[in-house]
Design a protein. Structure first.
Length: 303
């Protein structure tokens, strides 16, 4: 017996038109003409025997039936897509190892080195998700989380990776390399601000004991993953974790005009929930993280 199911093409057109409240934007997303989307939705309305949209002036509005229908078919289309992707991959998304970390750590340290882990463990489907701050495993899908903090986290397994060291970096085009400077005049040298860690400049000044004058000001960027390329471009001085810029320092793209890095009160930790703590893929990733984190100046090191 044939199922009472409309065509998938019509459902896709309806889903996007309902999402955008626009046949034109739905057509752009699908690579169709506006009239093509309109015909597909007309066919769907004829198949169902109900009106899904109505025009109120220039606005496209879902009818009450249309809104309820969209709420029901939207997650079904997402599940169809997931099933297709799982079939292509040969594995389900739930079998992936999910690693959560901050955008800065992901961009500056993790991704440049990740090829070594993936080459050694091709059987692992790895998904990296970004989030600042602590990880709540009761709400996050993560299996592992790399966080920055002052101590182990209760109720989960915590492994310390390394202490955080902070350094001020500059591009040679901003300040010519030479002897370390002993005074920072914020009024004379542009500085980059880290919106995710607004106290970073004050933390470095306190720890380094560097004499300074003027008000801290400059371009505000979202995280260290944006500060590092901005510093390379000569937009200003940046305070960053030194492990994020080891390659740049070694290759001369950046240098440390105020001398060596200082150790902050925080460390990098890798966290894992007890119920998943001994999964083989998780253990393999944890072992790799611990080993690669102990390689100072190793750059994008292979396993």
């Amino acid at each position: 017996m044939r199922r009472f199911i409309p065509s998938l093409s019509a459902l896709e057109c309806f889903d996007l038109a309902a999402r955008h409240r626009s046949f034109t934007r739905a057509a752009e997303d699908l690579g169709l003409t506006q009239s093509g989307v309109s015909r597909q939705i007309g066919t769907l309305e004829q198949f169902l025997g109900v009106r899904l949209f109505q025009r109120i002036g220039s606005r496209l509005v879902l009818t009450e039936v249309g809104a309820q229908y969209w709420r029901e078919i939207d997650p079904l289309l997402a599940r169809l897509e997931k099933a297709a992707l799982d079939a292509v991959r040969g594995q389900r998304r739930e079998e992936a190892l999910i690693l959560q970390t901050s955008p800065g750590f992901a961009a500056c340290w993790l991704l440049p080195r990740l090829g070594g882990f993936l080459a050694a463990h091709p059987e692992v489907i790895l998904e990296v998700i970004e989030a600042e701050g602590a990880c709540d495993f009761s709400t996050s899908p993560a299996d592992l989380a790399i966080v920055r903090g002052t101590g182990a986290v209760s109720d989960v397994r915590s492994d310390r990776l390394c202490a955080e060291t902070l350094t001020v970096v500059a591009a040679p085009t901003l300040i010519s390399p030479g002897a370390p400077l002993d005074h920072l005049d914020f009024a004379q040298i542009p500085t980059l601000q880290n919106a995710a860690r607004p106290s970073l400049w004050m933390t470095w000044l306190r720890l380094s004991g560097t004499a300074h004058s003027g008000a801290i000001r400059g371009v505000r960027l979202g995280h260290s993953g944006l500060l590092t390329p901005a510093a390379r471009a000569g937009l200003g001085l940046a305070v960053v974790p030194r492990l994020y810029v080891e390659d740049d320092l070694r290759q001369g793209r950046l240098w440390e005009p105020f001398g060596p890095a200082v150790t902050s009160p925080e460390s990098y930790w890798v966290l894992r929930p007890e119920e998943r703590a001994n999964h083989p893929h998780l253990i393999a990733c944890l072992t790799w993280l611990k080993r690669d984190m102990k390689r100072p100046n190793a750059g994008a090191s292979p396993l």
